[in-house]
Every structure is written in structure tokens, then in C-alpha cells.
Write a protein that binds this ligand. Structure first.
Ligand SMILES: C[S@@+](CC[C@H](N)C(=O)[O-])C[C@H]1O[C@@H](n2cnc3c(N)ncnc32)[C@H](O)[C@@H]1O
Length: 262
């Protein structure tokens, strides 16, 4: 009898020891990478995320010309930037480029479009219109490389100018002046920007001052959409006739968009 009780106590002790060991392993596998390769993957993702944020900050704190030189020195940085940018975008509930594509798709395909800061030229790939796609680096035969402050387009030659999260340079007014030059009278200017850059509550600029500056350049404000959590979308139309009065335009400073670590 006593022998049986002792055996039962020993086997209960063994079971408790086994359970404790299993619990320890489970905790360990949650806090540590399960294999060398997944640990490396995590480290690589962390490094490239950091690299993306560094390039992103650079683009928001220099002029377009400086950004062009930066990528000329090492064009591979452009791919690092865009891989990181797409990873960020995949977390957004809605992407502004899709809103712009939807807007174009319900309009005449005969409208000629200029996509300023086109990235991977998603607009050109998604619509039937003739699209001139501009960016600092071209990895695609349809993308024209250069600083979008000076494009190869003729004056008054396009119907729609797009800036989708691309007013990055310190000299962003120059990009809008270039859009004004190349747009036909009554042509459309579509601007999507990161909301925090145009929201005083988050240290951003006053959106009304931004709209006023664009209007002073020679546009009429048609609509502003603040309903999206992540971005704002403006529609402007180029005025038929340039204003006879030349005035100094008070462009608000647009702060950099700093993406969070994920
Ligand atoms: C945030 S990404 C957006 C890309 C694309 N519009 C989209 O929505 O997917 C901004 C793009 O603008 C480009 N860009 C910024 N400044 C530029 C400049 N001065 N000239 C040409 N492209 C510029 C960047 O290289 C980058 O590809």
C-alpha cells in the first residue's frame, strides 16, 4: 500500500516537472526567434525599416535638386525607399493613389495626365489615359527621371496634374508652379498629402493657408476632403486667365512626414 502511494507521488511529481518544462519552452519560443533564419529576417526588416526612415527624412529636408543628387550617387537607395514606403502604405486603410485612380477612371480617357513624383507609376499602369510619369529615379521605361520642378512638358499641354504624397522637397512651391505652367486653362490639379502635414492639431500647417497659396498661384479650389484618417485630398482647377495682379505668395511650411517604426 505504502509502495503504491510512493509510486503515485513520484509519477505526479514527474508530470508537474514535465508541465513546468513545457511552459518554460512555450515562454521561450514567444520571446526568442524560433530559428536562426527567422531572427535574421527580423533583423533585416528592422535595418531596412531604419534605412527607409532615414531616406524619407532626407527627402523631406532637402530641395528637389539635392534629392536628385542624393539618388544619383546611389540609385539603389531609391529601391530601399520604395520597399519601405510600400510596407508603410500596406498598413493604411485606404491609399490615396487608389482614390486618384478611381477619379480618373470615371473621366474621359482622352485627358492627358502628368503624375509628379509617380513612384512605381501605378497611375499610368491603371488608367487608359496618356500619363507622363515623373520621378527622381526611373526603373521603368515609362518613368521620366529628373527633378519635377523642371519637366520636359510644353506649357499648357496637360489636362490633369497629380501630386500624390509627393510634395516632399523644401522647395515644394516650385513643383506646383511647374504644374501650373504645364496645365491647360481649366486643367485639374489633384493633391493628396499626409494629413498630419496639414493639420495644426498635429503641428502641421493650416490647410486654409495652403489652399490660399495654391489659389494665389492661379487655381480655384474645387473641393477638399478631410474624411480619410491618413491623408487629405484637394482638387483645384487652373484659372482660365492669369490674375493681372502679381502678388507675393505666402506658402506655409510643410513639416516632414515621419513614419512610425513598425
Ligand atoms: C511618397 S512617394 C509617393 C509615390 C506615388 N505618388 C504614390 O502615391 O505611390 C513620393 C515620390 O515623390 C518623388 N519625388 C519627391 N521629390 C521629387 C522631385 N523633386 N522630383 C521628382 N520626384 C520627386 C519621390 O522620389 C517618391 O517616389
Amino acid at each position: 500500500m505504502e509502495g503504491q502511494r510512493s509510486r503515485n507521488r513520484k509519477s505526479a511529481k514527474r508530470r508537474r516537472a514535465q508541465i513546468n518544462e513545457q511552459n518554460r519552452d512555450a515562454k521561450k519560443s514567444k520571446s526568442e526567434p524560433s530559428s536562426g533564419s527567422s531572427f535574421l529576417e527580423k533583423m533585416k526588416a528592422r535595418l531596412s525599416g531604419g534605412h527607409f526612415r532615414m531616406i524619407n527624412e532626407k527627402l523631406y529636408t532637402c530641395t528637389g535638386e539635392e534629392a536628385l543628387d542624393y539618388f544619383k550617387e546611389d540609385p539603389s537607395l531609391f529601391n530601399v525607399y520604395h520597399a519601405g514606403y510600400q510596407a508603410q502604405m500596406s498598413q493604411w486603410p485606404e491609399q490615396p493613389v487608389h482614390k486618384i485612380i478611381e477619379w480618373l477612371q470615371v473621366r474621359s480617357p482622352s485627358l492627358t495626365v502628368a503624375d509628379f513624383g509617380c513612384g512605381d507609376a501605378r497611375v499610368a499602369k491603371s488608367v487608359k489615359n496618356k500619363v507622363f510619369s515623373f520621378d527622381l529615379v526611373s526603373n521603368d521605361p515609362d518613368v521620366i527621371a529628373g527633378d519635377m520642378a523642371n519637366t520636359c512638358l510644353d506649357s499648357s499641354s496637360v489636362d490633369v496634374a497629380i501630386f500624390c504624397l509627393s510634395l516632399m522637397g523644401l522647395n515644394y512651391p516650385n513643383y506646383l508652379k511647374e504644374a501650373h505652367r504645364v496645365l491647360k486653362p481649366s486643367g485639374w490639379l489633384l493633391i493628396a498629402e499626409v494629413k498630419s502635414r496639414l493639420d495644426p492639431k498635429t503641428g502641421g500647417a493650416d490647410s486654409n493657408k495652403f489652399i490660399k497659396a495654391v489659389c494665389d498661384l492661379g487655381f480655384t479650389s474645387v473641393s477638399k476632403d478631410f474624411t480619410n484618417k491618413m491623408f487629405v485630398l484637394f482638387h483645384f482647377m487652373k484659372q482660365e486667365k492669369p490674375s493681372s495682379k502679381r502678388k507675393e505668395i505666402a506658402w506655409p511650411e510643410l513639416k516632414p512626414c515621419i513614419y512610425k517604426r513598425r
